[in-house]
Design a binder for this molecule. Structure first.
Ligand SMILES: Nc1ncnc2c1ncn2[C@@H]1O[C@H](COP(=O)(O)OP(=O)(O)OP(=O)(O)O)[C@@H](O)[C@H]1O
Ligand SMILES: [Mg+2]
Length: 283
């Protein structure tokens, strides 16, 4: 359990200016990748960034960065290990001796861990803490919204209607918690045909704009499926990923960090998403 003592010690060293959560309705839509790429993009701009991997039972942030170092304890709190570019990371997997070991916990343990990730970790001086939430609207997302000073939310979805229907539920939770949605990232929006090199919509046409209209948030980016990105991410080199389509997301977050003074800052606007072309368009 988090203790008042731990919290009072970390509060002496912690200056976390903004907390941004990355949320989705469905799992497997690329939420952790988006969290990691956002942190990498902001760190490249010289910001002090941390990532809280709030997906306790399915933590994947350490693997994306190839990180295995266990967090150490200090007199002021738990010290989050840092990536090569100085991104501070806390994840359940960093506390396990075997990263494949399952965490079989019920809700109360999960939620107290999330609270401890905030109260007992010596995050230090951060411009932004990115929180990779588990999917859905259950205990952990709810605890994160209630226990952390969340300033804004990035919603990640994919073009399947099911994904956008379920992300709307996550957006509903955000609304009930009075947290602004900074924008929507539609991941896996298109792929490139290996034969003709044309982009095509692997999962069907985009629903991002309809979703954006319904939840009153801008579409920040539509990201392609890029096998190079999968290879880098899955081998611990997410820090080397360069995806041009992601730039508006970093831009919007940097703008938010630079201008928002409170968690109730207004959403940022973003460039219109690019339409994709298909093999059929060409013929
Ligand atoms: N745009 C993309 N291009 C290539 N690979 C991608 C892309 N988005 C996600 N992936 C890959 O898809 C897999 C799932 O992504 P990720 O783990 O980020 O999803 P998630 O939403 O966090 O899943 P979970 O619900 O299990 O936490 C990973 O192997 C990731 O590298
Ligand atoms: Mg994940």
């Amino acid at each position: 359990m988090a203790t008042a003592d731990n919290e009072s010690m970390t509060s002496q060293v912690n200056h976390v200016r903004h907390v941004v959560v990355v949320s989705s309705g469905k799992g497997g839509v690329g939420r952790s990748l988006v969290s990691a790429m956002a942190a990498v993009g902001l760190a490249r701009r010289g910001l002090n960034v941390g990532i809280m991997d709030a997906d306790i039972t399915g933590p994947s942030i350490p693997r994306l960065f190839g990180m295995t170092a266990h967090p150490e304890s200090s007199t002021v709190g738990i010290l989050p290990p840092e990536t090569a570019t100085g991104i501070k990371i806390i994840s359940m997997n960093l506390f396990l001796d075997d990263s494949g070991q399952p965490v079989i916990w019920r809700g109360p343990l999960l939620t107290s861990t999330i609270k401890q990730f905030w109260t007992d970790v010596a995050w230090g001086d951060l411009d932004v803490l990115i929180v990779d939430l588990p999917p859905g609207t259950a205990d952990v997302p709810l605890t994160a919204f209630q226990s952390l000073p969340v300033g804004g939310i990035l919603m990640v979805t994919t073009p399947q209607e099911l994904a956008s229907m379920i992300v709307e539920k996550a957006a509903g939770l955000a609304k009930q918690m009075h947290k602004p949605i900074l924008g929507i990232v539609e991941n896996m929006a298109m792929a490139t045909c290996p034969h003709c090199g044309e982009a095509f919509e692997l999962f069907g046409p985009s629903h991002a704009q309809e979703l954006a209209d319904r939840i009153s948030a801008p579409v920040l980016a539509r990201l392609p499926i890029d096998p190079t990105v999968t290879a880098l991410a899955d081998t611990g080199h997410v820090g080397d990923v360069k995806m041009a389509a992601f730039a508006p997301v970093t831009e919007a977050l940097a703008e938010y960090v630079a201008t928002a003074s409170t968690a109730s800052a207004t959403p940022n606007s973003a460039p219109a998403p690019q339409a994709s072309r298909s093999c059929n368009d060409r013929n």
